[in-house]
Design a protein around this ligand. Structure first.
Ligand code: HEC
Length: 138
C-alpha cells in the first residue's frame, strides 16, 4: 500500500515537472513565432533576413555581443535607439538606429527572444517583465 502511494506520488511529480517544462518550451516557441513577425516588419529591412546586416551600413545581429550579451543594454537599444559608432567584425558602423519604443513590451520581448535564438545565436529568452522594468527606467 505505501509503495503504491509513493509510486503514485512519484508519477504525479514526474507529470507536473514534464508539463512545467512543456509550458516554458511552448512559451518560448510562441515568442519565437511572434518575434519573427515583429522582426520581418520592423528590423529585417536593415538587419536583413539572415541577420547579417549590410556591411558598413547596418550591423549584423548574428554573433554580436550586443545581441547575446546584456539583456538590459539590448532592450535599451530597441527602446531608445543607438547612435554610438560601433565596430563589429572589423567593420565600422556610424549610422544611427531610431528608437522603437512604439512597440509593446510583448513585441520587444518576442523580437529580442527571436534574434537571441536565430542566425546561429543561442541565448536566453527575454520576458515582458524585463522589458517593462527597463522601460520604466527611461
Ligand atoms: C533603419 C535601419 C534599422 C532598423 C529598422 C533597425 N535597426 Fe538595429 N541598428 C541599425 C544601425 C544603423 C545600428 C548601429 C547603430 C550605431 O552604430 O550606433 C543598429 C544596431 C542594432 C543593435 C546593436 C548592434 C548589433 O548589431 O548587435 C541591435 C541589437 C539592433 N540594432 C537590433 C534591432 C532590432 C531588434 C530592430 C527591430 C525592432 C532593429 N534593430 C531595427 C539599423 C536599424
Amino acid at each position: 500500500m505505501s509503495i503504491k502511494i509513493s509510486i503514485l506520488g512519484l508519477g504525479l511529480i514526474l507529470i507536473s515537472t514534464c508539463s512545467m517544462a512543456q509550458t516554458s518550451a511552448q512559451g518560448k516557441s510562441k515568442q519565437m513565432l511572434n518575434g519573427k513577425k515583429v522582426y520581418d516588419i520592423y528590423c529585417q529591412a536593415c538587419h536583413q533576413a539572415d541577420g547579417n546586416g549590410v556591411p558598413r551600413l547596418n550591423p549584423p545581429l548574428a554573433g554580436t555581443v550586443y545581441v547575446t550579451g546584456s539583456k538590459t543594454r539590448m532592450i535599451d537599444i530597441v527602446l531608445k535607439g543607438l547612435s554610438d559608432p560601433l565596430e563589429i567584425n572589423g567593420e565600422e558602423y556610424n549610422n544611427p538606429m531610431a528608437a522603437h519604443d512604439f512597440l509593446t513590451d510583448q513585441q520587444i520581448a518576442d523580437v529580442l527572444t527571436y534574434i537571441r535564438n536565430s542566425f546561429g545565436n543561442k541565448a536566453g529568452v527575454v520576458t515582458v517583465a524585463e522589458v517593462k522594468k527597463q522601460r520604466a527606467k527611461k
